[in-house]
Design a protein around this ligand. Structure first.
Ligand SMILES: NC(=O)c1ccc[n+]([C@@H]2O[C@H](COP(=O)([O-])OP(=O)(O)OC[C@H]3O[C@@H](n4cnc5c(N)ncnc54)[C@H](O)[C@@H]3O)[C@@H](O)[C@H]2O)c1
Length: 345
């Protein structure tokens, strides 16, 4: 296949680009290169004849039409988004522009391109979304694909809006779409504003490790390479018009996740041990969802997909990667907003 990946210079998109090229797909990486992007993430495939890059903003409809006409992809994997909840609290406008209007532009460009091709059934518009659209769970229960949407942050509301647009373009125009809603990712190339890299890098620097609220918020943690594998599985075998929840089968409280990372660091960098002495509880995020949990039955039973690593294994790999790749993360600490407390409203 020739796959157009939007947001392929970001954390998850770059994992998809690397895996797709490794599987022999041709990939066009379309990315606006915002603060969260890094072309180093795809350096390992940059010289491949299967890889091309387009520096394009999904808010630019004319540029999207040009890219589709030039490259003629068989599928679009849409990951480009503003993705940080704390930034959405401080500046929701960018989230509406990219996640809602940008997705609308991409749907319209895809519809025009697909129609001009004679509306092939084999075409796919795969929209990548989050479990955060489902809102916040109590102590029990899990999100299924039928859970009603109940987004509570500007980020999750903008992603929910984009999901609705994608479904509407399928129902109204017949565009062959699939959707996935995924839990929290972690792993190599994770931008150092998200919890896992923040913990690793603060601990390595001997600085306080900020934990929001009481640390009791629960997330279902998924290793990013497993997510990329799941996305390619859904792209190849998912049913048109269907959505799939993707989870890591690894629920953990934030505080336990942070302690696990500290324990790995104690082992790998004993001179800083015990790293958990650096844990510092800070004021909670406004509207902080308490618990997310994914029921993965559909993707497991219909597509035979399961995550390949436990959170223990994945965190070990991640800590090892950050220890070995300071050249990658050190320059990112100077990017706007990194290391600052954002989203306190
Ligand atoms: N990180 C997670 O845990 C998680 C979980 C579930 C779903 N998702 C979804 O997966 C997708 C990727 O998330 P991520 O964590 O890799 O995000 P990221 O912030 O690391 O990367 C986003 C990429 O999109 C690009 N981008 C942003 N605005 C753009 C625009 N207007 N035009 C073109 N490119 C633009 C950025 O330059 C960046 O390369 C997002 O849609 C996100 O909502 C993320």
């Amino acid at each position: 296949m020739k796959i157009l990946v939007t947001g392929g210079a970001g954390f998850i998109g770059s994992a998809v680009v690397r895996q797709a090229v490794a599987r022999g797909h041709a990939v066009v990486n379309l990315d606006a290169l915002t603060y969260a992007a890094n072309l180093e993430n795809v350096a390992s495939v940059a010289d491949s004849p299967l890889y091309a890059f387009e520096h394009v903003d999904i808010r630019d409809r004319a540029a999207l039409d040009r890219v589709l006409a030039d490259h003629r992809p068989d599928a679009i994997l849409h990951l480009a988004a503003e993705s940080h909840v704390d930034r959405s609290i401080d500046g929701p406008g960018a989230f509406i522009e990219t996640n809602v209007t940008g997705t609308y532009n991409l749907l319209e460009a895809a519809r025009a391109y697909w129609t001009a091709q004679g509306r092939p059934d084999a075409f796919r518009f795969h929209h990548i979304s989050t479990d955060e659209v489902f809102g916040s769970l109590g102590e029990t229960g899990q999100f299924t694909e039928d859970t009603p949407y109940d987004p509570r942050s500007p980020y999750s509301a903008s992603k929910a809006a984009s999901d609705h647009l994608v479904r509407a373009w399928h129902e109204t125009y017949g565009l062959p779409v699939v959707l996935t809603n995924c839990s929290n990712n972690y792993g190599p190339f994770h931008f150092p504003e998200k919890l896992v890299p923040v913990v690793i890098l603060k601990a390595l620097a001997g600085q306080p490790i900020p934990v929001y609220g009481d640390g009791g918020n629960v997330r279902d943690w998924l290793y990013v390479e497993d997510h990329a594998d799941a996305l390619l599985t859904v792209l190849e075998r998912g049913e048109i018009g269907r959505s799939y929840n993707i989870g890591g089968e690894n629920e953990a409280r934030n505080i336990d996740l942070v302690r696990t990372i500290c324990a790995h660091l104690d082992d790998l960098r004993p001179e800083g041990a015990p790293h958990d002495r650096l844990i510092a509880f800070v004021t909670d995020r406004p509207g902080h969802d308490r618990r997310y949990a994914i029921d993965p039955t559909r993707i497991r039973t219909e597509l035979g997909w399961r995550p390949s690593v436990t959170v223990e294994q994945g965190l070990r790999l991640t800590v090892e990667w950050y220890l070995a790749n300071e050249d990658w993360w050190r320059p990112l600490l100077d990017r706007q907003g990194v290391g600052q407390r954002l989203g306190t409203a």
